[in-house]
Design a protein around this ligand. Sequence first.
Ligand code: SF4
Ligand code: SF4
Length: 732
Amino acid sequence: MGSVQIVTTILAAAITAVAVWLAVRAVLKMVAVIRLGQPAPERFSDKVARARTMLVETAGHTRMLKWGVVGAAHWFVMVGFVVLSLLVLEAYFEVVTTDGGLPIIGHWAIFGLVTEIIGVLGLVGILVLMAIRLRNRPTRPGGRSRFTGSTMWQGYFVEWIVLLVLIFGFVIRGFKVATDHFEFPFWATPVSHAVGAVLPDWADGVSVAAAIKIIISMTWLIVISLNVTMGVAWHRFLAFPNIFFKREPAKPAGSGLGALRPMTSQGKPLDFEEADPEKDQFGVAHVEQFSWKGLLDFSTCTECGRCQSQCPAWNTGKPLSPKLLVLSLRDHAYAKAPYLLAGGGKDLTGEEKATQAQLAHLDVLALAEADKPLIGTAEEGGVIDPDVLWSCTTCGACVEQCPVDIEHVDHIVDMRRYQVLIESSFPSEAGVMLRNLENKGNPWGAPQNTREDWTKGLDFEVPRVGEVDDFEYLFWVGCAGAFEDRAKKTTRAVATLLNEAGVKFAILGEGETCSGDPARRIGNEFVFQMLAQQNVETLNEAFEGRDKAKRKIVATCPHCFNTLGNEYGQLGGEFEVVHHTQLLAHLVATGKLTPVQPVDGGVTYHDPCYLGRHNRVFAAPREVLGDAIAGDLTEMPRNSERSFCCGAGGARMWMEEKIGKRINVDRVEEAMATGAKTVAVGCPFCSTMLNDGVNGKGAGEQVEVIDVASVLLRSVKPEQPQGGKETAPVGG
Ligand code: SF4
Ligand code: SF4
């Protein structure tokens, strides 16, 4: 060992010791913060499916690859990080001796080849990512950026470190080539040989370059260890457990969607008959009341902004960005952690848990952070502004896009639950809807005895459950389908088509009440449970004696479809629920319905969030339209998984939209830009929102918004009076 090697070895050992010590301290701190969260025992079920999903999503980059070039570039950088860590390890041998290398595999030509290829692809990948970040930088003139609000220096820092580590990998190899210490053939390592051809024959070059590479790598480790909220770096490690512990690992991509999680206290579902707000947690009032998985979610955010770029609220000028929401919760959790770890916190009656002695030595900043209300305006020092909380339509675009499976919607609804159930604090206009649900069983407050009015004038009988036993489908009409004038036309169209196809169906009539979706999504779990239990009881009675495969329900409203199919199981109601577009597609495919006259004039289709993204029903409505219309369906730029919300979900239908551009107007502009004369929908709320948008633009005479079922009915029974355009005002 020469004098240069003595210096490089000491430097490498010293910086590594400091970095490892800081990293261990940082990991212990993160684990301690995450453990502050509430129990979530369900996250340990189904470990095989969890492991499989984690491997598929990480090794296969299934979420990221939907982003094309950036996904591919990130895959190479990720693989480069894992494989080329071996080369960082090898550098520790190279600082000691100029011909050092990894034992055993370090001498195999195949190792030289693989690391050479990954090194080159990693270099290309990181240069692409750097270019994308620069091109999308928030400060660039005129343009929206998914990086707005991200901590940009952290992204640049990580990218430059990766670039330099990759470059120094080739420099080390180049010096080995130049000093004749390189053992891999040219065919396996052409780039290293080319670098060696331009480097001087400097005997100590290998050790010096290796020391620089170690110093760069350890600088990265030191910086991220001193910044435990630096998700852009930590996600390399945290993404694996975060995906492993996602809530429904067996479901395909986008699986964080569909059902909402039940309310839990101490990790157990809350039983409202027994629950006591002084003993049980009702939603989330403090950051430590999220589950540990919630705190892991916040820690894992990479600040990539993919969620933000798809969020309808953010894209129409509302203060909500799912990314910024997650970052606010993360920063608050870590800033408050010293107080919580010292024993601080409020019990369920609002009393401080810690003694004065426990808090005596705490940093004032941690104490100040602990005083912040989780939900509050800027003047109140709140972590999340109420306008942020109430802007969410629960459309799920954020969860769909997030490459590390963060579950934004669950966190938003958990915070809403506390606000509604304990604080009674929510947009006042939604109060009417909640009162109507409690008193009348529907959001409009329509008399229950008018639920069957939509059947009047049909030229066939619509049987009720109880009047017939041999029905195949229970037709769940839904409140909109029963009381709202436009939606009633869809209900009549579906019933007419089912009758035409010879499907035996029956309705509950006055036995039906609201599915509870708007109550649950606004956060009023109490009203949801009340309505859902009543419906589950009614449905179980209607299907008595049938096994699950024969407990078939068809619903026209995607919100009912989602709630009945995905959420009633939490209350003992197991049913086979289909959306009417699925059943109609089947009836056309099996020849029971025959479109005879194609509907022309150009048709586009708007995917309802609770049908498409939340339940993956993308094909069926398109199949129906494909059979019913002349020519091809014209897709909007934002369609299917990336469809843009109409603005009505998450109980936003019953709240005023006071900030920014109206979401329905944004969507209608996109639909109208296709030139289509018909905008087909599969949801009564989308129908209302888009009709309002079209009328607001004064385009009611040129563009028609109608349900897929009505389009099909026009094609199947062109002679049938269609009742004009579905542009009637909301009834009730
Ligand atoms: S659910 Fe939709 S509206 Fe809510 S934060 Fe996510 S993307 Fe935005
Ligand atoms: S998509 Fe996920 S990782 Fe990216 S900013 Fe949003 S929450 Fe964070």
